[in-house]
Design a protein around this ligand. Structure first.
Ligand SMILES: Cc1cc2nc3c(=O)[nH]c(=O)nc-3n(C[C@H](O)[C@H](O)[C@H](O)COP(=O)(O)O)c2cc1C
Length: 435
């Protein structure tokens, strides 16, 4: 077999080298042709969320860097093996940076799989997928999150063979090798993704409610102020201001690559009693720059006494809001690791279709019931309470029938491709047998 190893080990993580070493020796003994790519050494820009890889240069990312060559190799491999420390129950930012670019390997058009919305295949076949993560020791919630993410990824990327394994840093080299060998055997046999159909449930804060005096909104979308994330988060924060809460908004994409701005952001969070992250779903999870920022916050807070509260708002492209549940569980895992009280989350499906890049306060029609429920969320969070169950449930409902959303969405993609003069190429397979 022709196998591509996508190694998402961050600098300084010694377990990554041990896992990669054992994996390569197992694969060599089996006679496979293997390429090991240490992602942190590659030049890969962050996905800009521009959809040009669907609507301007179908199948090819607008960023001309190593992501293109790696996507070509990815699609032409028999098997892709991802290596990563389990980070908030998900991938490392180093691995996620590449994974976000996989959007160019699927079609913009919608279909249904297991009764829920997904994208159609761009290519006839996708590689078998193996995901190997490691943790310092057993952690039931993070492990469940990692396996659930893996399962979600195998649906979106149409794998015919797959398996997922979790290792612990205390394992001997022999144990690591044995564990890897058994994961590979499972993947060679066929589909092994256990149907982990729900994301782990993290405990909400049970501390007595104390009204919030200051709150920070972290917007985690490359579209920044024009994003659905900023629109929904901005509406909530407008309500906070009306209730006398001092508010601040920080665009993660403006600061995460600048060490000075990043350290100013970390210090400013010390003075915030509530932090709310608003972000789009990228490949079933949190976008890479947002993960990187969360990791930096958790590291910064490790040396400090815990305190403060954290909540999250996710919006996704598919109409069913449940696609967001894994990413929101990651946010809860982050809160636990960073010593924040977890105040709960808001999950919104079909974000693009609902918001159209407009400020939420200006929207009418289907947005009206959302406003009523966001008002309830704002009131609860500002009073120091968790996100109310009723409001969460209402906000998670689709704003239009699923079939109608899929039909209008697919029409919209076709219209934009026509405007760009690429309607005939929209299903292009630029990397089919390119390597
Ligand atoms: C790289 C990339 C990956 C995405 N992956 C998913 C996904 O797995 N599931 C989903 O429902 N939507 C996905 N989307 C769609 C976005 O979540 C959606 O467009 C969202 O409304 C964007 O919000 P924003 O304006 O706040 O960035 C993806 C978009 C991009 C650019």
């Amino acid at each position: 077999m022709n196998i591509l190893i996508l190694d998402g080990t961050p600098a300084g993580d010694l377990m990554g080298a041990r896992v990669a070493g054992e994996l390569c020796s197992v694969l060599k003994a089996k006679g496979h042709e293997t390429e090991h790519v240490l992602l942190r050494e590659k030049e890969i820009g962050h996905c800009r969320g521009c959809f040009q890889c669907w609507l301007k240069t179908p199948g090819v990312c607008s960023i001309d860097d190593d992501n293109r060559e790696l996507v070509a190799k990815h699609i032409n491999s028999d098997m892709v093996i991802a290596l990563t420390p389990v980070t908030f129950g998900a991938f490392s930012p180093e691995l996620k940076k590449f994974a976000d670019h996989l959007i160019q390997t699927i079609s913009p058009f919608f279909c249904t799989v297991n009764g829920e919305t997904h994208h159609r295949q761009r290519y006839d076949r996708y590689p078998a997928f193996v995901s190997i993560g490691w943790l310092p020791g057993p952690d039931a919630l993070q492990e469940e999150g990692f396996r659930h993410l893996f399962y979600r990824n195998t649906i979106n990327f149409y794998t015919e063979k797959d398996a997922c394994g979790i290792l612990y840093t205390g394992m001997s080299d022999g144990e690591i090798r044995e564990s890897i060998a058994s994961v590979l055997e499972n993947a060679e046999r066929g589909k092994f993704a256990a149907h982990v159909t729900s994301a782990p449930k993290f405990q909400l804060s049970a501390t007595a409610p104390v009204p919030v005096r200051s709150a920070t909104l972290l917007v985690g979308s490359p579209r920044m102020a024009k994003s659905t994330s900023a629109s929904i988060g901005g509406y909530l924060f407008g309500k906070f201001s009306e209730q006398g809460v001092r508010t601040e908004t920080i665009q993660i994409y403006k600061i995460f690559e600048n060490p000075d701005k990043m350290s100013r952001m970390l210090e400013s969070l010390d003075h915030s009693e509530l932090v709310v992250l608003a972000f789009p779903l990228y490949i079933d999870s949190i976008p890479a720059p947002v993960l990187e920022t969360l990791r930096a916050i958790a590291e910064y807070r490790r040396a400090k006494a815990s305190g403060g509260r954290f909540a999250a708002i996710a919006n996704c492209g598919f109409i069913e809001s449940r696609h967001n549940e894994n990413a929101l569980a990651s946010c809860a895992a982050f809160a636990r690791e960073a010593g924040y009280s977890w105040m709960g989350s808001v999950s919104i499906g079909g974000g693009e279709g609902l918001v159209h890049g407009k400020p939420f306060s200006e929207l009418g029609g289907p947005a009206i019931p959302y406003k009523k429920n966001l008002d309830m969320v704002a009131h609860a969070l500002a009073s120091g309470k968790t996100v109310p169950d009723d409001a969460r449930r209402e906000l998670a409902k689709p704003f239009t029938p699923e079939w109608l959303y899929r039909a209008i969405g697919s029409y919209g993609w076709r219209k934009q491709a026509r405007r760009n003069g690429v309607q005939k190429e929209i299903g292009a397979r630029p990397y089919a047998a390119a390597v």
